[in-house]
Design a protein around this ligand. Structure first.
Ligand code: NAD
Ligand code: MG
Length: 399
């Protein structure tokens, strides 16, 4: 095994839910992986602990003051990790020659530029940051193709679909004999809550997901089902699937993680525990299967599997995402995402109610309906304009 080269990995968003699960998988395979860089936004203490444990070449934070403090700690602890800060540093560690692969696990559009850098540099990308594909799907996929980057989906639904697609799938559903892709959705914590109680839903209730333990933003997205909406757009770009070949079905147990419906009537599903280490290990191990640390599924403990249609009255965000997918303007997905990020943040800060999230997004889609964007600069400008408008709606209570 002397010629064996370890995969050097950069983890963007190392302190988050996906980042920590990734490090858990990596720690089970010290012979296979080395950690090149770890990045974090605010949880500097947690990042410091991770660096002491994994000793990456680089650590990246947002602010200079945090960088200085962290570098001092490393000097005292006598570890060689170099601390960088700011967005350029994120892009640097995502595209550096010394890194083979990048786990894109920053939350929100903040992950776009570093993930795009990894694509442009032809890295293997483990994609958790679905917002990258929502905001800039066309540009990102183009960068992946041009630089021959390998794009592997970490999001459990897309990873499930990836696992049950033909191994030589080239982005042509018809040629592969596929009728549709079926995304399963848990329905979140409010699947059976009376609609008349929705206006009183608190952030504490919304972030308590029944099956998955995740970051706050995606937990709220799961409660509104905007998460499934974002995932429809993600699936569209990943698998070259038009809206009419993308189905959503609610499956409250989260055992079937998604499915592919073939034209002959066969449906292939991927199943497992609701543990993100499973799709993460699938991506990291490819083409081999490796231990993820997750429990095996125990069928005797399952009390049946249920499937039901998603209700647009209950989940208007899902309807908005379908409309975006049907729209001819790619920039509408960027508008949807920016408005949603502001609305979710406002909800978490108790500035608006749960039902207002969809209203803010809907208003912004209408306000910006004529706006287009063709390159990354225009997309980022549009993203910023929509954020400002959404913040105005929130603060002036004109939702
Ligand atoms: P999280 O909130 O737990 O972690 C987010 C990470 O991003 C943290 O490390 C944080 O420091 C960093 N970050 C936040 N804002 C940043 C900014 N402005 N600049 C740089 N870094 C920043 O989120 P998560 O649940 O781990 O989700 C991460 C991504 O993975 C999201 O896009 C989410 O949709 C996707 N995802 C998560 C899960 C899950 O189970 N948690 C499943 C599927 C997909
Ligand atoms: Mg998902």
């Amino acid at each position: 095994m002397s010629s064996h080269h370890k995969t050097a990995i950069t983890i963007l968003g190392a302190t988050g839910s996906i980042g920590l699960s990734t490090l858990d998988v990596i720690s089970r395979h010290p012979d296979r992986f080395s950690v090149f860089a770890l990045t974090a936004y605010q949880q500097i203490e947690r990042l410091a602990d991770l660096c002491l444990r994994f000793q990456p070449v680089y650590a990246v934070v947002a602010k200079q003051t945090d960088a200085v403090k962290l570098q001092q700690r490393f000097r005292i602890a006598a570890i060689n990790t170099e601390v960088l800060y700011g967005e350029e540093a994120l892009c640097h560690v995502a595209q550096a020659n010394e890194t083979d692969a990048v786990m894109a696990a920053i939350v929100g559009a903040a992950g776009l530029l570093p993930t795009l850098s990894a694509a442009q540099a032809g890295k293997t990308i483990y994609l958790a940051n679905k917002e990258t594909l929502v905001v800039a799907g066309a540009l990102f996929m183009q960068a992946v193709q041009q630089s021959n980057a390998q794009l592997l989906p970490v999001d459990s639904e897309h990873n499930a679909i990836y696992q049950v697609l033909p191994t030589d799938y080239q982005g042509d559903l018809v040629q592969a004999g596929i009728a549709s892709l079926i995304l399963t959705a848990s329905g979140g914590p409010f699947l059976h809550t009376p609609l008349s109680d929705f206006a009183r839903i608190t952030p504490e209730q919304a972030v308590k997901h029944p099956n998955w333990s995740m970051g706050q933003k995606i937990s709220v997205d799961s409660a509104t089902m905007m998460n499934k909406g974002l995932e429809l757009i993600e699936a569209h770009w990943l698998f070259n699937a038009p809206a009419k070949q993308l189905e959503v079905i609610i499956h409250p147990q989260s055992v079937v993680h998604s499915m592919v419906r073939y034209i002959d009537g066969s449906v292939l599903a991927q199943m497992g525990e609701a543990d993100m280490r499973i799709p993460i290990a699938h991506c990291l191990g490819l083409p081999q299967r490796i231990n993820s640390g997750a429990k095996q599924l125990d069928f005797t403990c399952l009390n049946g599997l249920n499937f039901l249609a998603a209700d647009f009255d209950r989940f208007p965000c899902l309807k908005l995402a379908y409309e975006v997918l049907h729209s001819s303007n790619d920039a509408s997905a960027c508008i949807l995402n920016a408005a949603n990020e502001i609305a979710v943040g406002a909800f978490l800060h108790k500035l608006v109610g749960f039902m207002d999230i969809a209203r803010v997004v809907d208003s912004c889609l209408q306000l910006f309906s004529g706006h287009t964007a063709t390159d990354i600069k225009e997309l980022l400008q549009l993203d910023q304009q929509v954020r400002t408008a959404a913040e105005n709606l929130v603060h002036t209570h004109t939702i």
